[in-house]
Every structure is written in structure tokens, then in C-alpha cells.
Ligand binder design. Sequence first.
Ligand code: NAP
Length: 251
Amino acid sequence: MGSIHWNFKGDHVLVTGGSTGIGRETVVKLARAGAVVHFTYSRSGEAARQLVEQLASEGHTVNELQCDFSSAADIQRLTERLTDRQACPIDMIVNNAGVTADSSLYNMSDEQWDYVYQVNLRALFQLSRSMVKHLAVNRGTMVNITSVSGQIGMAGQANYSASKAGIIGFSKALAKELGPLGVRVNCVAPGYIETPMTEEMTQDRRRRLAQSTCLRRFGTSAEVADLILFLLSEHSAYITGEVIGISGGLV
Ligand code: NAP
């Protein structure tokens, strides 16, 4: 299948969690489509540097920013770096960084709950609050990565499912708040995607999960990234407040 020809020339995009998986693929596609891309990473510094080097050698402008979303101080520093004396070129944001810390509810610790809630949802609130006025000035677009777990729930993922459901409510509220200012906010809800997040599953579990989808396979990061780029682009100019699934028919 040929790749879609995207054009993001002149756009400045922030992608959180751009070092691996879905975020990385999104950074690559945006940079190759002409965008100036700023992406965050937390622990994968080497992968982030390699990504910047690879895209710079192709002539693209990409900037990596270290930020641990479990630290409010880090998030504050990130927004200070992105905004220069109140001005900020960012007109698109992909809130993609996310973590799991699975356990049955009975065994789930406060730490497991707080960590997933902080990185997946509270950081989204904190970062969005800092960036929202710039998005409004730039009449920008936001795409937030939720999950089918936030739509249908997954056993052993009460913390993750709750955080991802929270992202949906947050995004729908923000779409209402910012729509009159020309800013669109949408969610992408992936099912099972081949990334480092799902790599640790046993072959047997992967096979069973793949069988639970209509298409009998996991999706790829590239397939999710194309949906993200569609929702950022002018091609989706009349879409806001939506949750678009990409799950091979899981839901
Ligand atoms: P991934 O490869 O593990 O990527 C997760 C990203 O989040 C990495 O860039 C990681 O950065 C970053 N991150 C992790 N902890 C962080 C922290 N404390 N602070 C800031 N950033 C942090 O997983 P992925 O599958 O691509 O996940 C991307 C998004 O898709 C997530 O929101 C995930 O919930 C969602 N999703 C994935 C699937 C799936 O099947 N893979 C399904 C549904 C939804 P470092 O590596 O640099 O730490």
C-alpha cells in the first residue's frame, strides 16, 4: 500500500512521548510532511537522539525535549521552553505519552493508581492549560491518544481504563470550550498496536488478543499515525469532539 501524501509545511507540532512506538511514527511522518516537530521523551534519551539525527540527516527540523510527566516541575519547564515571552509557534499538539501499571484492583497500590493517573491524565491537563491560549491564538488543533480500554474497560487495567476514559471526557469538554475559537480537539482510540507497550506480552496472549479483533491482527504504529495526521490536517476541518477508533474491529 502506498503512503498518503501529507503536507504540514509551516506547522509547528508538539508530540508528547515521541521517542518510541506510535509517537515516534507520528514524529517521522510529520517531519517528512514538512512540519517543524518538537517531541518529548522521558527515559528513552538514546532513541530520541537517534530519531533527531536520522530526521536531521534527511533535512528536517526536529527538536527533542526531555520531560517526565510524573513531575509538575518538568511540565512547567517544558512549557517555558516552548513559549518565548508569551509567543509560541505551536499550532498542533498530539498528546500521546502514556503508561500502564496493570494489576487486579484488589492488588492495586495507591502508587500504581497515582502514577498512571498523573502521567496519562493530570499531565494532559497541566500541559494543555499552559498551551491552550497559544492554540487559540494560532487557531490550532489537538489530538489526544486514548484507548479502547477507556471505552470498554479492560480487566487488570482499572487505573489505565479510568485515565483513558478521563481523556475522552476532557477532550470533549475542551472541544466545546475551544470550538468557538476555531480550535479542534479530537481523540484517537487505538486497540492492540505493535509497540514497546505491547511487546512484553507472551506470544500466546498476543495470538489470543489478535483473534479477538475482526481483522485478526494487531495494528501498526504507522496506521495509527496516519489517523493522527488526518485529524491534525485540514482534511478533518469539520471534525471535533470525536473519538475515532482504530482497533481492527475490536469494539
Ligand atoms: P510506548 O512505545 O511505550 O510509548 C510511550 C511513550 O510515552 C514513550 O515515548 C515514553 O517515553 C512516554 N512516556 C512514558 N512514561 C513517561 C513519563 N513518565 N513522562 C513522559 N513521557 C513518558 O507505547 P505506545 O504504544 O506507542 O503508546 C502511545 C500511546 O498510545 C499511549 O498513550 C498509550 O496509552 C496509547 N495506546 C497504545 C496502545 C497499544 O496497543 N500500543 C493501545 C491503546 C492506546 P520514554 O520511552 O522516553 O520514557
